[in-house]
Design a protein around this ligand. Sequence first.
Ligand SMILES: Cc1ncc(COP(=O)(O)O)c(C=O)c1O
Length: 412
Amino acid sequence: MTPSSVAPAPMADPTAYLSDRVLHMQESATIAMAKKSRELAAKGVDVVNLSFGEPDFQTPQYIKDAAKQALDEGFTFYTPVPGYLDLRQAICDKFQRDNNLSYKPTEIVVSTGAKQSLTNAVLALVNPGDEVIIFSPYWVSYAAIVELADGVPVPIMGSLDNDYKVTAAEFAAAITPRTKLVMYSSPCNPTGAVFSRAELSAIADVLAQHPHIFALADEIYEYINFTGEHVSLAQFAAVKDQVITVNGFSKGYAMTGWRLGYMAARQDIAAACDKLQGQITSGTCSIAQRAGLAALKGGRASADEMVAAYHRRRDLVLELAKDIPGLKTPTPDGAFYIFPDVSAFFGRTAPDGSTINDSSDLALYLLNDAHVASVSGDSFGAPDCIRFSTAAADEKLRVAFERIKVSLAKLS
Ligand SMILES: Cc1ncc(COP(=O)(O)O)c(C=O)c1O
């Protein structure tokens, strides 16, 4: 027998060679649902995909033009690990202009999306066993990122009556001697809730009493805010040094595919993230960075146009959802999602005789019956809810909610 014809010995567990780290990691629920929805669409089914966390707008033309120019000008080499200096300066200018926050370029690290900025910060701060308080419902990747750092996620749930916003008192009650970090997004994905100045001030007061605890403030939806005021936790002077602010270009400038995000933090934390990034991805894409520079220099006018559409669609979807018995939908003040409580449907029976036990079953039922893709709330730490994106054309939203209404009415 030649060696090549020897059959390999069967392994007891075919994935045993993969690390525990990856085996214990959950696939991103939003990516998994988008995959299922694409599979159905490939079979010719007319799926309305409301699972995406992505603007349906093109990147504004002036930003695309800057990218073309960058190519022509030869920006094709490795970039400085924390990003081009002029981009970091423009980010400092943006913090000053929009947030009244003063940072130096050495306190900024540009990364391959806000997702990497969050991961850098968690890896830079969290030791094995450290607890990370996560305001829930939370963005799907927070818990996975904390676990990647061998930290312990401690989700604390805001109440439906308070639009799912965690209060300062609830935050204070969750702190233990092992707490290292607290993370949240405002405007929030998935709920769309926006912390007011008073609410963040109270949270800052708690943080100020615990100078060894850091806060990761994810402000990626900053521009998509219908309240008229965005407040950064770092604006509270007593805690500025404890706060790492993460932001990026994906949502406000419709630049998801460019993979460009950034963080601002005191210099030692920024330097730690720079060191980490230098061993993993290095500086992010040169062309995306030149485009990002143009985006910031153009101000927020292009974002404001898109935000007007998101605002209109939010109102439209709330109106449509109001007409569907069983959905309890708080009014989102920002981002582009609605996050209704759907627990009224648990225990009901679908036409094929199966039982809807939880929000995953319901999301799957809506995909198969209504051909509408959503994401179940358990992946956001809120198993009673479902997330629908409102970043779709008005007509698509109308069709989707009409179909959802019909499918939900079939549950007995
Ligand atoms: C709350 C939140 N943070 C961070 C990100 C990641 O953004 P980026 O595309 O810049 O990695 C997302 C994307 O969906 C998000 O919703």
